[in-house]
Design a protein around this ligand. Structure first.
Ligand code: FMN
Length: 203
């Protein structure tokens, strides 16, 4: 049975979506079955319209299916990503995560392996605080938090040990170095999730 990986993200202008896609590729390369999902845009139309890049991204969608609670339950491993918003995750992502109370109460999110990723426009603009805030949710679920660390040589150059990240400065798109770190994160998530899931099934 293939390892099942859910990648769920929010993106307003496409950067986090690109990171999510690279992470998903890494998980697939490691042999996992992957569901790449986004969450609903809940911002009012006038807020979206106030930023031409945001409006253009919305107009070009839908970019992925919307994540469901079934996707969360299905997965052995999860990667959750958001742009940094004032040093934390976007409300759109948080709204989805806040619907998981029922699954949490039934213990259905415990023992899944979970990892986080983000993008921010400035180097010290809150990448780590966003990753740690997403990880806080994983602790409450009883999930097994998977950091990126410096697990491969590439990460010594471009990595963020807390999770995949990219500094988008003046709207730059994720570069090769960042996308490679995300690919490594996906591969690592698939590999470790597979070992844990097999162990839990007693295989
Ligand atoms: C409301 C708002 C809040 C933001 N807060 C931060 C922040 O705290 N630190 C930062 O460096 N960038 C911040 N940004 C910039 C975004 O995190 C950045 O542009 C990111 O790459 C966008 O990702 P996306 O293309 O996936 O939406 C903010 C952007 C918006 C619209």
């Amino acid at each position: 049975m293939s390892t099942r990986i859910l990648v769920v993200y929010y993106s307003a202008t496409g950067n986090t979506a690109q990171l999510a896609s690279s992470l998903a590729d890494g998980a697939r390369e490691a042999g996992a079955e992957v569901r790449l999902r986004t969450v609903a845009e809940t911002a009012p139309p006038e807020a979206v319209a106030s930023n031409p890049r945001w409006q253009a991204y919305v107009d070009a969608g839908p970019h992925a299916e919307l994540a469901t609670l079934d996707d969360l339950e299905w997965a052995d491993g999860l990667a959750v990503g958001s742009p940094t918003r004032f040093g934390g995750p976007a409300a759109q992502l948080k709204s989805f995560l806040d619907t998981t109370g029922g699954l949490w109460f039934q213990g259905k999110l415990a023992d899944k392996v979970a990892t986080s990723f983000t993008t921010a426009s400035t180097r010290h603009g809150g990448l780590e605080s966003t990753l740690l805030a997403i990880n806080n949710i994983f602790y409450h679920w009883g999930a097994i938090v998977l950091p990126l660390g410096y697990a491969e040589p590439h990460l010594m150059e471009s990595g963020n040990p807390y999770g995949g990240s990219f500094v988008s400065r003046k709207s730059a798109e994720p570069d090769k170095e960042a996308l490679e770190a995300l690919r490594i994160q996906g591969s690592r998530l698939a590999t470790i999730s597979g070992h844990i899931a097999k162990g839990l099934r007693g295989e």
